[in-house]
Design a protein around this ligand. Structure first.
Ligand code: SF4
Length: 365
């Protein structure tokens, strides 16, 4: 295909793309209502249908005139789409596969705009937690992660993020959310913060910020913004307290060394009450001995936090093994004895490739 043809295809695609309403605030929906010839108060009605009643189509919005609903459907997309696949683990965990349309702008000009993302619903007694994706693929390239291995395919829009909450079977009974699925959420900060705003706003899902945790490998410039602009919990994927060793598996260490991330957290003015935790995936012979536990305790001194130890789940063509249960327990006990609260996180959904580091949206090329 010639460059001119590619360009005209690209323009056609942009023209055909309808704006998605999921993710818009009631204030922004006033413009939408006006465009559809509806009174300004219809903005509030649309927001209520989307975020409170979780409508899946404009047709369901029965307190809006029929012609108004038709006009809305002509001009906009709601942004709700059903999962295209579901896998169920023997431990009750469920993995959902969604097809998302990535704008050519957001996918760095690639031509193939349909991508796949995965979300994981983890039941635990009366809790139902959704592990949410924020990007198709990821740029960060952590060597132990299947998502990182597939490269970056594009940022999810707020609608694509919120759709993961709306279109799963457990939508009405979800209790918590963790931004720990595919992608680095602080590499898509605007859209993730907007989704969090909808989740926690009184006009949105009205969740307490305490029900939401964002996990990052430490994208320093966006981290401060996240802390300033939300009141949700924070998890930092640390995995190794030694700078040079961390760099072996996590290229991000070069741009934003974890020591600087820790310094920033120590200097931060923690007026909002929130939980800070550190995720530590354990690899046999790489980060699982007393030397690492002691260094980690030193690094985290003076931060009120907890450490979650995570089993490493093997992925193809990566030589590391998970640390032994004994090594993990000894590591946990050592940290606890040094005054750092530490627990071993139960592994969930491994049989359906839904556990930490295993999400791949397997169709993405
Ligand atoms: Fe990206 Fe997170 Fe995987 Fe690293 S661990 S490559 S940040 S998805």
């Amino acid at each position: 295909m010639s460059a001119a043809n590619k360009y005209s295809d690209f323009c056609l695609f942009l023209q055909e793309m309808k704006e998605k309403l999921l993710g818009k605030s009631p204030e922004e929906l006033k413009t939408v209502a006006q465009a559809a010839g509806l009174p300004a108060f219809a903005a509030k009605q649309i927001a209520e249908w989307m975020y409170v009643k979780r409508a899946k189509s404009f047709a369901e919005m029965t307190n809006i005139s029929k012609s108004g609903r038709e006009k809305l459907a002509e001009l906009y997309e709601l942004g709700v789409s059903a999962p295209v696949g579901i896998a169920q683990s023997s431990d009750g965990t469920k993995k959902y596969l969604f097809q998302v349309e990535i704008s050519p702008l957001a996918s760095l000009g690639r031509n193939d705009n349909d991508k796949y993302i995965e979300s994981v619903m983890i039941p635990d007694e009366d809790r139902k937690t959704l592990c949410v994706s924020s990007q198709a693929g990821c740029k960060m390239g952590c060597k132990f992660c299947m998502t990182g291995r597939q490269g970056f395919h594009g940022n999810l829009e707020p609608a694509d993020i919120l759709n993961q909450f709306i279109s799963i079977d457990e939508s009405a009974v979800l209790t918590n959310a963790v931004f720990m699925g595919m992608g680095e959420p602080l590499d898509n900060t605007d859209n993730v913060l907007r989704a969090i705003e909808v989740l926690t706003a009184p006009w949105g899902f009205a969740w307490s910020p305490k029900r939401v945790t964002l996990s990052t490998i430490g994208v320093l410039p966006s981290l401060r913004r996240y802390l300033d602009e939300s009141r949700c919990h924070l998890a930092i994927s640390i995995h190794n307290p030694f700078q040079d060793e961390r760099l072996e598996l996590m290229p991000v260490q070069k741009a934003w060394p974890v020591a600087e991330v820790i310094r920033m957290l120590k200097d931060y003015d923690w007026t909002a009450q929130r939980r800070v935790s550190f995720e530590y995936t354990m690899f046999a012979g790489w980060n699982d001995d007393r030397r690492h536990a002691d260094a980690l305790a030193r690094l985290l001194r003076d931060i009120e936090c907890r450490v979650n130890l995570i089993r490493f789940h093997r992925i193809p063509d990566f030589p590391y093994e998970c640390a032994s249960p004994r090594a993990m327990e000894a590591f946990r006990d050592r940290l606890n004895s040094l005054g750092v609260t530490c627990t071993i996180r139960a592994s969930r959904g491994e049989d359906i490739l839904a556990a930490c580091g295993m999400l791949a949206g397997k169709h993405n090329k």
